[in-house]
Design a binder for this molecule. Sequence first.
Ligand code: C2E
Ligand code: CA
Ligand code: CA
Ligand code: CA
Length: 275
Amino acid sequence: VKEKGRGDFCFFATEMNQRLLERRALEADLRRALGEGEFRLHYQPQIDLPTGRVIGAEALLRWTCPGRGNVPPDAFIPLAEETGLIAQIGAWTLQEACRQAVTWPEELGVAVNVSAVQFRLPGLYEAVAAALATTGLRPSRLELEITEGVLLRDTDETLAMLDRVRRLGVKIAMDDFGTGYSSLGYLQKFSFDKIKIDRGFIRSLGQNVNSEAIVRAVVGITRSLGVRANAEGVETDDQARLLLAEGCGEVQGYLFGKPMPAEDFRIFFSRQIAA
Ligand code: C2E
Ligand code: CA
Ligand code: CA
Ligand code: CA
């Protein structure tokens, strides 16, 4: 028994060690990635539902690591947050998204994700201001998507910071609405420009009467508040039809366009302008 216990311990210790080593290796790769130009942004079209016209894009981070291939954001952003690297990565993302968007038609906006940790680290305000100043992008064409996690802690300080950033003229969207603990409470505390209804509610639209009721209610809330609603993860015609019937103003999802390289997004919106 004793021997087996020891063996187990060794096994776990080795496994833990392995995980730590892997984390270190990923961190080292991540540290190099920015300098080596391994990040790119993909752009997912955002569509005005009643007219079907593209009104902008959400910028989504892509990392191609030489030794690992494509690493999905969910696999490296948490580590970037833990290590603080998200501040530099986020500043690059803002700069790159604005640099692209300024070459698009004036009526198209760009949305950039800002994680909760990134929001609390120093330098976010400066990064947003610098991206706008160096690219000359009209501030109202830039939207920051924040999750409820941003408002979870230090609320007064966070609200002051949100106000400060907004005074630059950028828009603020609440991302993944409905997945947190106190979604409605946050709507009371801050006037968002847009609310993005989480994909989880859209996925079961048309199959689950509850999600239909929830989506209807959320769209109703956004209308009462005078806030724009965006439904994420729209994959089927049925979902789009239901959302249109509920009065949802804006959609995003594979049905309209997957996240794509900047060149492809350019073709995407050019087709519309030609039409
Ligand atoms: P998110 O902000 O909720 O982004 C939407 C995610 O849903 C994206 O995944 C997008 O590719 C995916 N998606 C869009 N339409 C559909 C659809 O119709 N069906 C399905 N199944 N999925 C769809 P992605 O690009 O893997 O990003 C995952 C998450 O990583 C993002 O979730 C966001 O939280 C984070 N992320 C991505 N880029 C950045 C960034 O630049 N900065 C920060 N802080 N976080 C980022
Ligand atoms: Ca987002
Ligand atoms: Ca989202
Ligand atoms: Ca998400």
